[in-house]
Ligand binder design. Structure first.
Ligand code: R1P
Ligand code: URA
Length: 239
């Protein structure tokens, strides 16, 4: 049955694992570039979603939109009403350390956040929520097999993209050990806890708060292929 935000009636048309970029056009790019036998499963609000096969394996990819309320809605509906078991966010992030360069790939062990999402939902009052270890292990094995270096650590899930005090990231990096910033994982991990499902987050560094280097909108949509390939090749159970 359809939900308010996903028009698909037949839940068997969604794979057990969904890759979830923030940008729906990144989802479209992944479907067009990597998947075979592609079928569009959502177009409501232009939040494009697709199911296809990758090397014979059924996989879905769908945009989450930007920010925790948005991924909160889509990931909850996928977990709760479409029987999705695992969501792997594939996003862009701003580096909090000069040890990370543009295009580096980061695997989140946990997301730290000032957000009230998990508390408001009634799932946890913690400020730091973990990714699912078994999914992270599958992603690490996939990266190793592809020969792609990944950086692992805690990331910052922020409610704010444009902070008035642009230097606050230095404190967050020091106090909480956050390597980089994005805007969705904390809510995704909270929803996985709320529904007993699995979630992980792979990020590509799109800009640096330290060096002020940045990538273009088109690069963020299409050029972050290494994290896409790690996620597509990960052997996440159930297949
Ligand atoms: O590239 P995506 O996946 O959208 O991720 C990052 O980019 C957006 C901000 O530009 C936020 O959604 C942030 O989390
Ligand atoms: O949330 C984000 C994503 C990319 N770059 C940032 O600075 N913040």
């Amino acid at each position: 049955m359809a939900t308010p935000h996903i028009e698909l009636e037949d839940k068997s048309k969604i794979a057990k694992t969904v890759l979830m970029p923030g940008d729906p056009l990144r989802a479209k790019f992944i479907a067009e570039t990597y998947l075979e036998n592609v079928e569009q499963i959502n177009g409501v609000r232009n939040m494009f979603g697709y199911t296809g096969t990758y090397k014979g394996k059924k996989i879905s990819v769908m945009g989450s939109g930007m920010g925790m309320p948005s991924i909160g809605i889509y990931s909850y509906e996928l977990f709760k009403f479409y029987d999705v078991e695992t969501i792997i966010r594939i996003g862009s992030a701003g580096a909090y350390t000069d040890k990370l360069n543009l295009y580096d790939v980061v695997l989140s062990t946990a997301a730290w956040s000032e957000s009230s999402y998990a508390k408001t939902m009634g799932v946890s009052s913690k400020k730091k929520l973990n990714a699912t270890k078994s999914v992270n292990s599958a992603l690490k094995r996939s990266a190793k097999k592809l020969g792609i270096e990944i950086h692992e650590g805690v990331i910052h899930s922020s409610d704010v993209f444009y902070r008035i005090n642009g230097d606050e990231f230095k404190d967050i990096h020091e106090k909480h050990g956050c390597l980089c910033v994005e805007m969705e994982s904390f809510a995704l991990f909270a929803n996985a806890l709320a529904t007993g499902k699995k979630a992980a987050c792979l990020l590509t560094i799109s800009d640096s708060l330290v060096t002020h280097e940045l990538t273009s909108a088109k690069e963020r949509q299409e050029a972050f292929t290494r994290m896409m390939e790690i996620a597509l090749n990960a052997k996440v159970w159930p297949f």
